[in-house]
Design a protein around this ligand. Structure first.
Ligand code: IVH
Length: 676
């Protein structure tokens, strides 16, 4: 009985899943769907003996963190030739016709996501692998299983026993906007565009996170050894029947004029699509003709991508605001009459700096062109001079800080103006505190941006060290807080005393000292005192630290106010030293390594961690002070040449592991050619 009900629920949910996510035509309400899902989950929980890895209930993912195995593609994932010019596209079509006579083309949208290869065996999803370098990619099956439009089991029965299907994992604008809004509220860095968001999400280590991100997957290419099709078009129709989401925007075109019409249509109509596209792909339809036309080393010669120009919109510049960042840098920001661009409504755009504004001669009241590049904030790329109001005057850039009225300064080699009033200018003070509490720094999650503003306005916090003096009685009476939040804040401030030194160093907000540099500094110097007292020469000895960063560090510690704050943080008990390294062994003591290429059994970071755990040192570049290069596949030829010239030993992953296990003994020199 139970078993039948479970199977019935699975069938129903699979059906409605397809209706909703693949056909975009839901047949029942979300409420009803959730009710069926809950019933299934409850029955499955009570009857683990009926578990099934392909059950629709697995689509919620899991909290287990997974590492991604590198997998070799059975058929390499090639790239596509692309062009922005219709002239070049016509040359492509003429070349095809010269070689193969008049042919049919399939024109498709070029989806702007991240490529994926799905393998099915006996109608079930076996594996999902990212493009990687085209030869091998990451196995992201657990994550892909949560993408509702990817069928875990195929419909019908006429699919090949084993085949691959390729497509694009996409993030629809609606999911993208929602995620970025959540990230903004949580003070987390935003995704620059839906493509980055899709790629970043696929590499998430917890599939439950992926499940919540609203990814979609559209398939556009079948590969297999004996596919029973003569044309690409047939294969797409079949794939759709088997349950895959296959775009219904594709068309067969029989002439350059038809291809042009397809492009012209979608260049405009794509603005109405709920997901991002960046062009049109034109492919020869017949597989026999494709074989005749062939491939170059990197791409098929029977297909090409025509890329759309970045979307532009014309709108009025209402006014210019000036934002002061935590470093004092001033950024001019345009307030625009709201306009739709690449799927979202835009009302703000960056103007970069005074020079850029002068170069474009941008004036409030102008009609301006707005474009979305790869960045989060759109930019203004030009002015429509024909629409400039008659009474318009050149814009005069500000000379004093818009917040504290201190005269602005320009530093050598920098395009931006700065407000030098570090300790008295509100957005700089608040910006530094907000940076300090960030997740990647002290992770004080009881506090958010608004609360920091509130504490500042009430005179409770003027710099980061004041956080450690906060008492719940002071906080509870403040608006929007109350006793519970007050205690929560104090608790999370106290918890930050356990945050490791490298994150403290990052949290101080020293110019140019990002997360990675802070790690290198902490690793090299091991304590704040050592960083503070290091000379310029000593500072640049740390990996990845150059003159610019060293100068910024020296400036920071030359400031009396910073020294006072550091003294108070020290008294509060913040971690100012790295934890003692616990070594697994010292078998690699005194030896320096460079890791290069990709490896079968370990990630590069795992190898680096192993080197450190056994007392060795990781270096970034090949030089005479390197003892060994651990070389994986496709180590760069330049590195190889340099290593050979310097006589640095090159060892494989297996030899490296053998070296640790063998107490550091250097493996015997392998015969020539054995390594690769
Ligand atoms: S066919 C061998 N069709 O564009 C040809 N690719 O620039 C394989 N893409 O890596 C690709 N939409 O990630 C094809 N309708 C479409 C596509 C498409 C987007 C991506 C794909 C590929 C890249 C090449």
């Amino acid at each position: 009985m139970v078993r039948e009900r479970i199977e019935e629920l699975r069938r129903q949910l699979e059906f409605h899943n397809h209706k909703y996510y693949v056909e975009n035509a839901p047949a029942i309400s979300d409420f009803e769907f959730d009710r069926l899902m809950r019933e299934l989950q409850e029955l499955e929980a009570a009857h683990p003996e009926f578990a099934d890895p392909d059950s629709p209930s697995v689509r919620v993912g899991s909290d287990i963190t997974s590492e991604f195995r590198t997998v070799r593609h059975r058929y390499p994932m090639l790239s596509l030739g692309n062009t922005y010019s219709l002239g070049e596209l016509h040359e492509f079509l003429e070349r095809i016709e010269r070689e193969a006579g008049p042919v049919e083309y399939v024109c498709e949208l070029k989806f702007d996501g991240t490529a994926i290869s799905l393998t099915y065996e006996n109608g079930r999803l076996l594996r999902a692998v990212t493009r990687g370098d085209g030869v091998e990619g990451d196995d992201v099956t657990a994550n892909i299983r949560t993408v509702r439009s990817v069928p875990l089991r195929l419909r019908g029965g006429d699919w090949p026993k084993f085949f691959e299907i390729r497509g694009e994992v996409l993030m629809p604008y609606a999911s993208f906007d929602k995620i970025n809004a959540e990230r903004e509220a949580a003070g987390e860095p935003l995704f620059a565009n839906p493509r980055n968001a899709a790629a970043g999400t696929l590499k998430q280590q917890q599939s439950a996170v992926v499940a919540r991100r609203g990814l979609d997957c559209t398939l556009y290419q079948l590969s297999g050894d004996d596919l029973p099709f003569q044309t690409h078009w047939q294969s797409l129709q079949k794939a759709r029947e088997w349950g895959f989401k296959v775009s219904d925007c594709a068309r067969i075109c029989r002439s350059a004029a038809e291809v042009d019409a397809f492009i012209a249509h979608w260049d405009a109509a794509r603005r109405e699509l709920p997901f991002p596209t960046d062009g049109v792909v034109i492919k020869v339809n017949s597989f026999a003709e494709r074989r005749k036309i062939g491939f170059t080393a990197k791409a098929p010669k029977w297909a090409v991508a025509y890329k759309f120009k970045a979307e532009q919109a014309l709108t009025r510049l209402l006014s210019v605001d000036f934002q002061v960042g935590r470093t004092g840098a001033v950024t001019p920001v345009a307030n625009l009459e709201p306009v739709r661009l690449a799927g979202t409504s835009v009302r703000r755009a960056t103007l970069h700096n005074a020079e850029q504004m002068a170069l474009l001669d941008i004036r409030p009241g102008d009609m301006v062109y707005v474009e979305k590049g790869g960045e989060i904030i759109p930019k203004i790329t030009g002015v429509e001079l024909s629409e400039r109001p008659a009474d318009s005057r050149p814009f005069k850039y500000i000379e004093v800080c818009p917040v504290c009225s201190t005269p602005l300064v320009r530093y050598e080699g920098e395009a931006k103006h700065y407000c030098p009033n570090q300790s008295g200018c509100r957005p700089q003070i608040i910006g530094r505190i907000i940076h300090f509490i960030r997740r990647k720094a002290m992770d004080i999650d009881g506090l958010g941006e608004e609360t920091v503003e509130l504490l500042f306005h009430n005179g409770l916090v003027r710099d980061i060290s004041d956080l450690y003096d906060l008492r719940a009685e002071q906080l509870a009476p403040l608006p929007r807080l109350g006793e519970k939040s007050a205690e929560n804040i104090v608790r999370s401030v106290q918890a930050s005393l356990g945050v490791p030194f490298h994150r403290v160093l990052f949290g101080l907000g020293i110019r140019f000292v990002g997360e990675t540099t802070a790690k290198y500094l902490a690793d090299h110097f091991r304590s704040l005192d050592a960083v503070m007292h290091a000379s310029r020469e000593e500072l640049v000895e740390a990996d990845e630290v150059g003159g610019k960063i060293a100068d910024a560090i020296l400036d920071y510690f030359a400031d009396a106010d910073n020294l006072r704050i550091i003294g108070r943080l020290r008294d509060a008990g913040v971690q100012f030293a790295a934890e003692e390294r616990v070594l697994a062994s010292e078998v690699l003591a005194g030896k320096s390594f460079v890791i290069s290429g990709r490896f079968a059994d370990h990630s590069r970071d795992e190898l680096k961690a192993l080197i450190e755990a056994h007392g060795g040192r990781n270096l970034a570049a090949v030089s005479a002070s390197v003892d060994f290069i651990v070389a994986g596949e496709n180590m760069g030829p330049a590195k190889l040449k340099k290593a050979e010239k310097l006589g640095v030993r090159i060892i494989s992953e297996q030899e490296f592991i053998a070296m640790i296990q063998g107490g550091g003994a250097v493996p015997a020199v392998p015969a020539q050619g054995e390594l690769f």
